[in-house]
Design a binder for this molecule. Structure first.
Ligand code: F3S
Length: 754
């Protein structure tokens, strides 16, 4: 047993009384998200009605989870925090650094060789500070958390944007940067803007080819990539109780794609079934008594428009399968319209690879339903036209699927089974056949489809959908294929139609695993030595960032004015760069190399105004830094959308970028910038973006008076001697201003331990 039942007992002991008190104090019925948020207010935080979308509030989460790519920087910061042992149960999961190339066995050996130094570091620090360690191949962080740690009514944070996956088991689980994780592991309160709450009412029941993934794919089309910003998406209605726990987790997982703080489902019989089958009957016994605590109040359900900030209704019975993409997860096509879109937009119809896996869709149910489509194709005499690659979500899923003959069905059909890890989802995919960057389509059961994310090629058009639709399209080898209506020609030349997928939500014989891949920390880790070589390319001890010099920022050159989408993948690419996630100096060489320069529409090519030559972005930033100068980054909407990786904030800080000024920010990234002591500012008038010229110098005035809700002034010094001046806004509260002044939140945290 890796979860701590005593901890959960302690939390549940006073849960109903706490909720009664909260209801009384804030004077209204409670949504499920509010129940969890308010029961987790940090000590000393006043119990009162906080304004949604406005008030910053301190919370005390129950757990922390970190994946290996972000854990490196989080743990390097923890080592600088002054703590000896983590204050809340925490875990590290080795899932991001395994490259998918040949097969699970060979790739795992290669990963263990290539990442030996990093794995050893993560394991040693985990041991020293009392953190649970999940070995490479144990599984993808969110699947492992769902199988082992998620519990109804709990609150956790994770250094990965798809942490909300645990909302499928009614846990309020939020993706954060490593610095936030350090706060919680150090026993400090963790701050979040009280989120708005979007209610999504589910009615009806899924059937046929439609799966839980289609709920969130449709919702992404409705809300767009920004529509959930600063909001919790809370699902309610009779449809919620028809969905499996892993299906609900899929939906919560991908709420990250609409920018939601997190997503959550109420506790139901299916949640209990999953908990029981994953060895947590103890939790079910306790949670069943508290069902009301893990559901919205009746009054909320009878007047949802009154208690949710927005209500959206989805009828599961009428829902079609969706295929979203390319290049953005909110471009949502019901499958009946996909063929037309393929033609109209000239998407490559030749589907080259289907990929099943990722934290979003790699459960036992996902595997079984996809395998049923393969079985059907076999019986119909159909050959699989495209390549099929599978990354099971965890050792437990893999072992159980193998025992039940599911994996062998994939293998017999020619599929390659990769490690239980992220693999192609995070660009850890050595796909030799796209070395020429030819135009092609891939279809995945993942959550993201940004350009270059999976195989590094800008000409790979990635679409996301459910595992069963991935399988059908892979069999057809055609993006425009609609398994609901279209036929295929079999080996006898006959027209045949695939049957609807079928599969068990949970394994009939229960889950099983030989060794789940968990290593518990030793009881007292004080004597554990952490070794980082001075010559290491992968790891580097952190030096604290310098505090603010007490002055306004005067005449700093523009580094880049970004046009269009600028996700954390554009700011700090993954793929081959993942290996430098523990070495700030080395990873800074990828800073903003994927962002498009507004002036020449090129990536990684910006004007050095001193020489009038175009140079690479990190090179220019380093040159300016060497001259004792800073620089300024300008961008458009939803800057920093995507992952929680704080490298996207630390790299500009390290390379002496003074401010990021944008039309709007994605939530996690804005917080990450603030935590690293950066200035994150927004245009009051978005058209002012157009006033910025390529060779401008920029001043930011008003910092000596930096205060909440008070705009700063941006002054542009154009090369021709003219200038512009306008207001820029910020969302810093007083404690965040203190982080800025101290140089970073960590510097401020350390002051507290002195
Ligand atoms: Fe891994 Fe992709 Fe999920 S990178 S954690 S599988 S979004």
């Amino acid at each position: 047993m890796v979860f701590d039942i005593d901890l959960i007992k302690r939390i549940y002991q006073t849960y109903p009384q706490k909720i009664d008190l909260i209801r009384q104090k804030i004077g209204k019925p409670l949504t499920l998200a509010e129940k969890i948020l308010y029961t987790h207010l940090a000590e000393g935080e006043e119990l009162k009605a906080y304004k949604r979308g406005e008030d910053y509030v301190n919370f005390s989460p129950d757990r922390v989870a970190m994946q290996d790519a972000t854990a490196q920087m989080a743990l390097l910061q923890l080592m600088n925090s002054g703590r000896n042992r983590v204050a809340v149960p925490s875990t590290v999961h080795c899932d991001h650094l395994i490259q998918a190339y040949k097969n699970a066995h060979d790739d795992l050996i290669a990963a263990e060789n290539n990442n030996q130094e990093v794995y050893q570091f993560l394991r040693d620090v985990s041991n020293k500070y009392g953190i649970g360690f999940w070995k490479p191949d144990a599984g993808i962080i969110h699947q492992v958390v769902l199988e082992n740690y998620a519990f109804p009514g709990g609150m956790m944070i994770g250094t990965d944007s798809h942490t909300p996956n645990a909302g499928g088991l009614s846990m309020l689980a939020i993706g954060v940067g490593g610095a936030d994780a350090v706060d919680v592991m150090a026993g400090m309160p963790w701050e979040l803007k009280m989120p708005k709450i979007i209610g999504v009412k589910l009615i009806g029941k899924l059937s046929g080819w439609t799966s839980p993934k289609d709920v969130i794919l449709k919702l992404a089309g409705i809300l767009t990539v920004k529509g959930g910003t600063n909001s919790v998406i809370e699902y309610f209605g009779e449809g919620t109780s028809t969905l499996s726990a892993t299906g609900k987790a899929t939906i919560c997982n991908m709420g990250a794609e609409v920018g939601a703080t997190t997503s959550i489902f109420p506790y139901s019989k299916k949640s209990a079934d999953y908990l029981a089958m994953t060895g947590r009957q103890d939790i079910v016994d306790l949670a069943d008594i508290l069902t009301d605590c893990f559901n919205p109040d009746e009054a909320v359900l009878s007047q949802p428009n009154k208690y949710y900030d927005q209500v959206i209704e989805i009828n599961l019975s009428e829902l079609e399968p969706y295929v979203n993409g390319p290049f953005t997860p909110d471009l949502a096509y019901p499958i009946s319209q996909l063929a037309t879109a393929v033609k109209a937009h000239n998407y490559p119809d030749n589907m080259e690879v289907g990929l099943i896996g990722s934290c979003t869709n790699s459960s036992y149910e996902d595997m079984m339903r996809a395998a049923s489509v393969i079985d059907d194709a076999n019986q119909l005499g159909l050959k699989i036209k495209a390549k099929l690659i599978i990354n099971p979500g965890s050792k437990q899923v893999k072992y159980t699927s193998k025992r039940d003959g599911i994996l062998s069905r994939f293998e017999q059909a020619g599929a390659v089974i990769m490690a239980n890890a992220c693999g192609p989802c995070i660009g850890q995919w050595r796909r030799d056949e796209v070395a020429d960057e030819h135009k092609n389509s891939i279809v995945t059961s993942f959550n993201r489809n940004f350009a270059k994310r999976n195989d590094g090629s800008p000409n790979t058009y990635a679409f996301v959908c459910s595992p069963e639709i991935v399988t059908a399209l892979t069999i057809a080898g055609k993006l425009s294929f609609n398994p609901l209506t279209d036929s295929l020609i079999n080996d006898k030349g006959q027209e045949v139609k695939l049957s609807e997928p079928i599969g068990d939500e949970l394994p009939k014989k229960g889950f099983a695993v030989d060794d789940a891949g968990y290593i518990a920390p030793i009881a007292d880790g004080r004597s554990v030595e952490i070794y980082i070589s001075n010559h290491s390319e992968r790891l580097q001890l952190l030096s604290p960032f310098s505090p603010w010099d007490g002055k306004d920022i005067i005449s700093q050159p523009l580094l880049i004015k970004v046009t269009g989408k600028c996700t954390t993948d554009h700011i700090s690419m993954a793929g081959k760069w993942l290996k430098f996630r523990g070495h700030l100096d080395n990873i800074s060489n990828n800073m903003l190399i994927g962002a498009v320069n507004a002036f020449n529409k090129k990536t990684n090519s910006v004007l050095d105004a001193q020489t009038d030559e175009y140079v690479e972005v990190p090179k220019l930033a380093r040159q300016l830094k060497a001259q004792g100068l800073g620089s300024i980054v300008i961008a458009e909407e939803n800057y920093g959308e995507g992952s929680s990786r704080e490298h996207a904030a630390m790299e500009p800080r390290f390379l002496n970028v003074k401010a990021i000024i944008v039309k709007s920010f994605a939530r996690i990234h804005e917080t990450n910038l603030k935590k690293q002591g950066m200035l994150a500012l927004t245009f009051v008038n978005k058209d002012d973006y157009d006033k910025i010229r390529e060779d401008d110098k920029i001043s930011i005035i008003g910092l000596t008076d930096f205060a909440p809700n008070k705009n700063l002034t941006l002054v542009l010094h154009h090369r021709d001697g003219s200038g512009d001046s306008f207001a820029v806004a910020h969302t810093y509260n007083q404690s965040q201003i203190e982080w800025f002044k101290a140089g970073s939140a960590l510097n401020k945290l350390k002051e507290g331990f002195k």
